[in-house]
Design a protein around this ligand. Structure first.
Ligand SMILES: [Zn+2]
Length: 83
């Protein structure tokens, strides 16, 4: 779970909304938040269309996937591969 808007006045931050784009947007110079658009595009389908195209152009760093976001097929293949 990613955290957004984490600062001295909000030390716990705001938890990631799992259906929204994972990009962090700057609301004011001192306040950031998770992008409000639905995810479904870009690397790992974690972004909205706007941020997916920004990443494709190299204008936005890709947010690394969380461990639990790895495709479940990868784990299944490892567990079944012992023979
Ligand atoms: Zn976005």
């Amino acid at each position: 779970m990613r955290l957004y808007n984490r600062w001295a006045g909000n030390p716990k931050g705001t938890a990631e909304n799992p259906i929204r784009c994972v990009a962090q947007v700057q609301v004011t110079p001192f306040l950031s938040a998770q992008c409000q658009w639905k995810r479904g595009k870009g690397p790992g389908e974690r972004y909205c269309g706007t941020h997916a195209s920004m990443i494709a152009r190299g204008r936005l760093p890709d947010v690394p996937p969380l461990t639990k976001e790895r495709p479940s097929a990868t784990w299944a293949a490892r567990e079944c591969g012992g023979g």
